[in-house]
Design a protein around this ligand. Sequence first.
Ligand code: TXA
Ligand code: MG
Length: 345
Amino acid sequence: MKTNVWKINPMRVDAHMDEINQAAYLLQQQEVVAFPTETVYGLGADATSEQAVHRIFEAKGRPSDNPLIVHVAESSQVENLVTDIPESAKKMMASFMPGPLTIVLESNGTCAKNVTAGLSTVAVRIPDHPVALALLKASEVPLAAPSANRSGRPSPTTADHVYQDLNGRIAGLIDGGPTGVGLESTVVDCTSDMPVILRPGGITRQQIEDAIGAVMVDPALASTEEKPKSPGMKYTHYAPEAPLWLVDGSDEFFIDQLRNLERDGKRIGIIASNELADQLPQRRVIACGSRNNLKEVAVHLYSALREFKKADVDIILGEAFSEEGYGEAIMNRLQKAAVKKLNQF
Ligand code: TXA
Ligand code: MG
Protein backbone atom coordinates (compact mmCIF):
# COMPACT_ATOMS: atom_id res chain seq x y z
CA MET A 1 0.00 0.00 0.00
CA LYS A 2 1.24 3.48 -0.79
CA THR A 3 1.33 5.77 2.24
CA ASN A 4 0.36 9.35 1.34
CA VAL A 5 2.33 11.86 3.41
CA TRP A 6 1.07 15.43 3.86
CA LYS A 7 3.16 18.08 5.59
CA ILE A 8 1.09 20.61 7.50
CA ASN A 9 2.15 23.62 9.54
CA PRO A 10 0.03 23.25 12.70
CA MET A 11 -0.02 27.03 13.15
CA ARG A 12 -1.62 27.45 9.72
CA VAL A 13 -4.11 24.62 9.40
CA ASP A 14 -6.60 26.79 7.49
CA ALA A 15 -4.04 27.08 4.68
CA HIS A 16 -3.92 23.28 4.44
CA MET A 17 -7.58 22.33 4.21
CA ASP A 18 -6.98 20.48 0.91
CA GLU A 19 -4.64 18.05 2.64
CA ILE A 20 -6.94 17.73 5.68
CA ASN A 21 -9.87 16.97 3.36
CA GLN A 22 -7.87 14.35 1.46
CA ALA A 23 -7.00 12.64 4.73
CA ALA A 24 -10.63 12.90 5.92
CA TYR A 25 -11.79 11.37 2.64
CA LEU A 26 -9.53 8.34 3.19
CA LEU A 27 -10.93 7.96 6.72
CA GLN A 28 -14.46 7.99 5.29
CA GLN A 29 -13.35 5.21 2.89
CA GLN A 30 -12.53 3.07 5.98
CA GLU A 31 -8.78 3.63 5.59
CA VAL A 32 -6.39 4.44 8.44
CA VAL A 33 -4.49 7.73 8.68
CA ALA A 34 -1.82 8.74 11.21
CA PHE A 35 -2.01 12.28 12.60
CA PRO A 36 -0.34 14.40 15.29
CA THR A 37 -1.93 15.06 18.67
CA GLU A 38 -0.49 17.07 21.56
CA THR A 39 0.70 13.82 23.23
CA VAL A 40 1.97 11.42 20.55
CA TYR A 41 0.99 10.60 16.95
CA GLY A 42 -2.25 8.61 16.68
CA LEU A 43 -3.36 6.08 14.06
CA GLY A 44 -6.94 7.02 13.29
CA ALA A 45 -9.90 5.17 11.81
CA ASP A 46 -13.68 5.65 11.82
CA ALA A 47 -14.66 4.40 15.29
CA THR A 48 -18.13 3.42 14.10
CA SER A 49 -16.80 1.06 11.40
CA GLU A 50 -15.64 -2.40 12.43
CA GLN A 51 -13.75 -2.83 9.16
CA ALA A 52 -11.88 0.45 9.53
CA VAL A 53 -10.99 -0.31 13.16
CA HIS A 54 -9.82 -3.78 12.17
CA ARG A 55 -7.28 -2.11 9.89
CA ILE A 56 -5.74 -0.31 12.88
CA PHE A 57 -5.13 -3.62 14.65
CA GLU A 58 -3.65 -5.08 11.45
CA ALA A 59 -1.34 -2.17 10.71
CA LYS A 60 0.02 -2.07 14.27
CA GLY A 61 0.06 -5.81 14.91
CA ARG A 62 -1.94 -4.99 18.04
CA PRO A 63 -3.52 -7.72 20.21
CA SER A 64 -7.28 -7.62 19.62
CA ASP A 65 -8.15 -7.62 23.34
CA ASN A 66 -6.57 -4.17 23.81
CA PRO A 67 -9.27 -1.47 23.41
CA LEU A 68 -8.76 1.86 21.63
CA ILE A 69 -9.30 5.46 22.68
CA VAL A 70 -12.01 7.30 20.73
CA HIS A 71 -11.24 10.90 19.79
CA VAL A 72 -13.86 13.60 19.25
CA ALA A 73 -13.61 17.34 18.58
CA GLU A 74 -16.09 18.70 21.14
CA SER A 75 -17.44 17.77 24.55
CA SER A 76 -21.01 17.62 23.19
CA GLN A 77 -19.88 14.66 21.05
CA VAL A 78 -18.84 12.68 24.12
CA GLU A 79 -22.53 12.37 25.01
CA ASN A 80 -23.20 10.56 21.71
CA LEU A 81 -20.94 7.68 22.72
CA VAL A 82 -21.85 6.96 26.35
CA THR A 83 -24.89 6.15 28.50
CA ASP A 84 -24.19 8.82 31.06
CA ILE A 85 -21.52 11.28 32.22
CA PRO A 86 -20.99 11.21 36.01
CA GLU A 87 -20.26 14.42 37.91
CA SER A 88 -16.55 13.60 38.33
CA ALA A 89 -16.19 13.16 34.57
CA LYS A 90 -17.99 16.44 33.89
CA LYS A 91 -15.57 18.27 36.16
CA MET A 92 -12.56 16.68 34.50
CA MET A 93 -13.93 17.48 31.06
CA ALA A 94 -14.36 21.11 32.08
CA SER A 95 -10.80 21.29 33.43
CA PHE A 96 -8.78 19.19 30.99
CA MET A 97 -10.60 18.82 27.67
CA PRO A 98 -9.27 19.41 25.13
CA GLY A 99 -6.04 18.06 26.59
CA PRO A 100 -4.02 14.97 27.47
CA LEU A 101 -6.77 13.26 29.47
CA THR A 102 -8.87 10.21 28.50
CA ILE A 103 -12.00 9.28 30.45
CA VAL A 104 -13.50 5.80 30.52
CA LEU A 105 -17.32 5.79 30.62
CA GLU A 106 -20.15 3.27 30.02
CA SER A 107 -20.49 2.83 26.25
CA ASN A 108 -23.89 3.19 24.56
CA GLY A 109 -22.79 0.91 21.71
CA THR A 110 -22.29 3.62 19.07
CA CYS A 111 -18.65 2.59 18.52
CA ALA A 112 -17.81 -0.62 16.67
CA LYS A 113 -17.34 -3.51 19.09
CA ASN A 114 -13.68 -4.06 18.26
CA VAL A 115 -12.95 -0.50 19.51
CA THR A 116 -13.81 -1.53 23.05
CA ALA A 117 -12.50 -5.10 22.68
CA GLY A 118 -15.67 -6.50 24.20
CA LEU A 119 -15.72 -4.21 27.27
CA SER A 120 -18.92 -2.39 28.27
CA THR A 121 -16.94 0.84 28.58
CA VAL A 122 -15.41 3.23 26.07
CA ALA A 123 -12.39 5.53 26.49
CA VAL A 124 -12.87 9.06 25.09
CA ARG A 125 -10.64 12.06 24.64
CA ILE A 126 -10.50 15.46 22.93
CA PRO A 127 -6.97 16.10 21.63
CA ASP A 128 -5.57 19.60 22.02
CA HIS A 129 -3.94 19.89 18.62
CA PRO A 130 -5.11 22.02 15.67
CA VAL A 131 -4.39 19.30 13.07
CA ALA A 132 -6.19 16.58 15.06
CA LEU A 133 -9.18 18.84 15.65
CA ALA A 134 -9.39 19.88 11.98
CA LEU A 135 -9.22 16.24 10.88
CA LEU A 136 -11.94 15.23 13.35
CA LYS A 137 -14.21 17.99 12.09
CA ALA A 138 -13.56 17.27 8.40
CA SER A 139 -14.07 13.50 8.72
CA GLU A 140 -17.32 14.00 10.68
CA VAL A 141 -16.84 10.73 12.57
CA PRO A 142 -15.31 9.89 15.95
CA LEU A 143 -11.82 8.51 15.38
CA ALA A 144 -10.47 5.49 17.21
CA ALA A 145 -6.75 6.14 17.52
CA PRO A 146 -4.03 4.27 19.39
CA SER A 147 -0.47 5.54 19.32
CA ALA A 148 0.83 5.19 15.74
CA ASN A 149 3.69 2.76 16.44
CA ARG A 150 4.11 -0.94 15.67
CA SER A 151 2.81 -2.74 18.73
CA GLY A 152 5.49 -2.99 21.45
CA ARG A 153 7.62 -0.09 20.14
CA PRO A 154 7.97 3.36 21.75
CA SER A 155 5.13 5.71 20.82
CA PRO A 156 5.91 8.13 17.98
CA THR A 157 6.53 11.79 18.75
CA THR A 158 7.49 12.73 15.16
CA ALA A 159 6.08 11.83 11.75
CA ASP A 160 9.42 10.22 10.99
CA HIS A 161 8.89 7.74 13.85
CA VAL A 162 5.50 6.84 12.36
CA TYR A 163 7.06 6.46 8.92
CA GLN A 164 9.76 4.10 10.26
CA ASP A 165 7.12 1.83 11.80
CA LEU A 166 4.17 2.02 9.41
CA ASN A 167 5.24 3.14 5.92
CA GLY A 168 3.46 0.91 3.40
CA ARG A 169 0.99 -0.35 6.03
CA ILE A 170 -1.30 2.71 6.27
CA ALA A 171 -3.09 4.89 3.72
CA GLY A 172 -1.98 8.27 5.04
CA LEU A 173 0.26 10.18 7.42
CA ILE A 174 -0.13 13.85 8.31
CA ASP A 175 3.21 15.32 9.32
CA GLY A 176 2.45 18.19 11.69
CA GLY A 177 5.91 18.35 13.26
CA PRO A 178 6.94 17.03 16.68
CA THR A 179 4.24 16.53 19.32
CA GLY A 180 4.27 18.61 22.51
CA VAL A 181 3.74 16.51 25.67
CA GLY A 182 5.70 13.48 24.48
CA LEU A 183 3.84 10.92 26.62
CA GLU A 184 0.30 9.63 26.12
CA SER A 185 -2.81 10.92 27.82
CA THR A 186 -3.72 10.04 31.40
CA VAL A 187 -6.50 7.40 31.35
CA VAL A 188 -9.08 7.75 34.15
CA ASP A 189 -11.91 5.27 34.73
CA CYS A 190 -15.00 7.25 35.77
CA THR A 191 -17.43 4.33 35.99
CA SER A 192 -17.07 3.82 39.75
CA ASP A 193 -17.84 6.31 42.54
CA MET A 194 -14.20 7.22 42.98
CA PRO A 195 -12.36 7.75 39.67
CA VAL A 196 -9.36 5.48 39.11
CA ILE A 197 -6.20 6.40 37.20
CA LEU A 198 -5.52 3.44 34.90
CA ARG A 199 -2.53 4.97 33.10
CA PRO A 200 -0.50 7.98 34.27
CA GLY A 201 0.17 10.49 31.50
CA GLY A 202 0.11 14.10 30.39
CA ILE A 203 -2.16 15.30 33.22
CA THR A 204 -0.62 14.59 36.62
CA ARG A 205 -2.42 12.97 39.54
CA GLN A 206 -2.01 16.24 41.45
CA GLN A 207 -3.70 18.23 38.68
CA ILE A 208 -6.67 15.85 38.73
CA GLU A 209 -6.93 15.93 42.52
CA ASP A 210 -6.80 19.72 42.49
CA ALA A 211 -9.78 19.69 40.11
CA ILE A 212 -12.01 16.93 41.55
CA GLY A 213 -10.57 15.81 44.90
CA ALA A 214 -9.20 12.38 45.79
CA VAL A 215 -8.76 9.74 43.10
CA MET A 216 -7.51 6.17 43.24
CA VAL A 217 -4.69 4.67 41.25
CA ASP A 218 -5.08 1.22 39.68
CA PRO A 219 -3.13 -1.06 42.09
CA ALA A 220 -1.70 -2.84 39.05
CA LEU A 221 0.41 0.25 38.33
CA ALA A 222 2.38 -0.32 41.51
CA SER A 223 2.63 -4.10 41.44
CA THR A 224 3.29 -6.78 38.86
CA GLU A 225 1.03 -9.20 40.79
CA GLU A 226 -2.24 -7.34 40.09
CA LYS A 227 -4.04 -7.75 36.79
CA PRO A 228 -4.31 -4.28 35.23
CA LYS A 229 -7.81 -2.90 34.64
CA SER A 230 -6.59 -1.23 31.47
CA PRO A 231 -5.99 -4.18 29.15
CA GLY A 232 -3.16 -2.50 27.25
CA MET A 233 -1.06 -2.08 30.38
CA LYS A 234 -0.14 -5.77 30.54
CA TYR A 235 1.77 -6.01 27.25
CA THR A 236 5.43 -5.38 26.50
CA HIS A 237 5.63 -1.75 25.64
CA TYR A 238 7.90 1.04 24.49
CA ALA A 239 10.75 -1.41 23.83
CA PRO A 240 13.93 0.04 22.29
CA GLU A 241 15.99 -2.07 19.85
CA ALA A 242 18.65 -2.89 22.44
CA PRO A 243 17.72 -4.11 25.95
CA LEU A 244 17.09 -1.28 28.41
CA TRP A 245 18.43 -1.63 31.96
CA LEU A 246 16.99 0.87 34.40
CA VAL A 247 19.45 2.14 37.02
CA ASP A 248 17.96 3.45 40.27
CA GLY A 249 20.47 5.06 42.64
CA SER A 250 22.98 7.86 43.00
CA ASP A 251 25.03 9.19 40.09
CA GLU A 252 28.06 7.40 41.57
CA PHE A 253 26.12 4.12 41.54
CA PHE A 254 25.15 4.68 37.90
CA ILE A 255 28.74 5.39 36.90
CA ASP A 256 29.95 2.27 38.76
CA GLN A 257 27.46 0.09 36.89
CA LEU A 258 28.51 1.69 33.62
CA ARG A 259 32.23 1.06 34.28
CA ASN A 260 31.59 -2.59 35.22
CA LEU A 261 29.75 -3.21 31.97
CA GLU A 262 32.40 -1.39 29.93
CA ARG A 263 35.09 -3.51 31.58
CA ASP A 264 33.19 -6.57 30.31
CA GLY A 265 33.49 -5.14 26.79
CA LYS A 266 29.84 -4.09 26.47
CA ARG A 267 28.92 -1.17 24.22
CA ILE A 268 26.62 1.02 26.28
CA GLY A 269 24.10 3.67 25.25
CA ILE A 270 22.89 5.98 28.00
CA ILE A 271 19.59 7.81 28.45
CA ALA A 272 19.93 10.29 31.28
CA SER A 273 19.17 13.67 32.77
CA ASN A 274 21.34 16.64 31.73
CA GLU A 275 22.92 16.52 35.19
CA LEU A 276 24.13 12.92 34.83
CA ALA A 277 24.97 13.30 31.12
CA ASP A 278 27.31 16.20 31.98
CA GLN A 279 29.41 13.76 34.04
CA LEU A 280 29.75 11.32 31.14
CA PRO A 281 31.72 13.01 28.37
CA GLN A 282 32.87 10.81 25.47
CA ARG A 283 30.10 8.28 26.08
CA ARG A 284 27.12 7.51 23.83
CA VAL A 285 24.65 9.50 25.86
CA ILE A 286 21.30 11.14 25.15
CA ALA A 287 20.39 13.88 27.60
CA CYS A 288 16.59 14.21 27.89
CA GLY A 289 16.44 17.35 30.03
CA SER A 290 17.03 18.47 33.58
CA ARG A 291 15.97 16.17 36.39
CA ASN A 292 14.39 19.29 37.87
CA ASN A 293 12.18 19.69 34.78
CA LEU A 294 10.49 16.35 34.21
CA LYS A 295 8.07 17.90 31.73
CA GLU A 296 11.05 18.42 29.44
CA VAL A 297 12.30 14.86 30.04
CA ALA A 298 8.85 13.57 28.99
CA VAL A 299 9.07 15.46 25.69
CA HIS A 300 12.32 13.72 24.71
CA LEU A 301 11.92 10.26 26.23
CA TYR A 302 10.40 8.30 23.33
CA SER A 303 12.75 9.66 20.70
CA ALA A 304 15.65 8.75 23.01
CA LEU A 305 14.31 5.18 23.28
CA ARG A 306 14.24 4.99 19.46
CA GLU A 307 17.67 6.52 18.98
CA PHE A 308 20.05 3.70 19.94
CA LYS A 309 20.35 0.96 17.33
CA LYS A 310 21.15 -2.72 17.98
CA ALA A 311 24.11 -2.42 15.63
CA ASP A 312 25.76 0.22 17.84
CA VAL A 313 25.00 -0.71 21.44
CA ASP A 314 24.58 -3.94 23.41
CA ILE A 315 22.76 -2.43 26.36
CA ILE A 316 21.00 0.86 27.06
CA LEU A 317 21.40 2.13 30.62
CA GLY A 318 18.52 4.40 31.59
CA GLU A 319 18.47 6.71 34.59
CA ALA A 320 15.51 6.27 36.96
CA PHE A 321 13.75 9.57 37.71
CA SER A 322 11.72 10.77 40.66
CA GLU A 323 8.08 9.58 40.57
CA GLU A 324 6.72 12.99 41.50
CA GLY A 325 4.51 14.93 39.08
CA TYR A 326 5.29 13.98 35.46
CA GLY A 327 7.79 11.49 36.89
CA GLU A 328 4.91 9.09 37.61
CA ALA A 329 4.20 8.72 33.89
CA ILE A 330 7.88 8.76 32.89
CA MET A 331 8.75 5.99 35.33
CA ASN A 332 5.67 3.97 34.32
CA ARG A 333 6.96 3.94 30.72
CA LEU A 334 10.60 3.29 31.66
CA GLN A 335 9.63 0.39 33.97
CA LYS A 336 7.69 -1.18 31.11
CA ALA A 337 10.41 -0.60 28.57
CA ALA A 338 13.13 -2.07 30.81
CA VAL A 339 14.10 -5.75 30.85
CA LYS A 340 16.25 -5.40 33.96
CA LYS A 341 16.58 -3.11 36.98
CA LEU A 342 19.74 -2.27 38.89
CA ASN A 343 18.77 -0.85 42.28
CA GLN A 344 21.22 0.68 44.73
CA PHE A 345 18.87 0.39 47.71
O1 TXA B 1 -2.33 10.22 24.19
C1 TXA B 1 -2.95 9.21 23.88
O2 TXA B 1 -3.79 8.69 24.63
C2 TXA B 1 -2.67 8.59 22.50
C3 TXA B 1 -3.10 9.59 21.44
C4 TXA B 1 -2.94 9.05 20.04
O3 TXA B 1 -4.41 10.00 21.67
N1 TXA B 1 -3.34 7.35 22.35
C5 TXA B 1 -2.94 6.21 23.01
O4 TXA B 1 -3.64 5.07 22.68
O5 TXA B 1 -2.05 6.19 23.80
P1 TXA B 1 -3.14 3.61 23.03
O6 TXA B 1 -4.08 2.71 22.30
O7 TXA B 1 -1.73 3.46 22.70
O8 TXA B 1 -3.43 3.44 24.55
C6 TXA B 1 -4.76 3.38 25.01
C7 TXA B 1 -4.80 2.87 26.44
C8 TXA B 1 -4.48 1.40 26.53
O9 TXA B 1 -3.73 1.17 27.70
C9 TXA B 1 -5.86 0.76 26.61
O10 TXA B 1 -5.85 -0.50 27.21
C10 TXA B 1 -6.62 1.80 27.42
O11 TXA B 1 -6.15 3.04 26.95
N2 TXA B 1 -8.07 1.72 27.19
C11 TXA B 1 -8.74 1.98 26.04
N3 TXA B 1 -10.06 1.76 26.20
C12 TXA B 1 -10.24 1.37 27.49
C13 TXA B 1 -11.37 1.00 28.27
N4 TXA B 1 -12.59 0.97 27.76
N5 TXA B 1 -11.16 0.65 29.56
C14 TXA B 1 -9.91 0.67 30.09
N6 TXA B 1 -8.80 1.02 29.41
C15 TXA B 1 -8.96 1.35 28.13
MG1 MG C 1 0.23 2.82 22.62
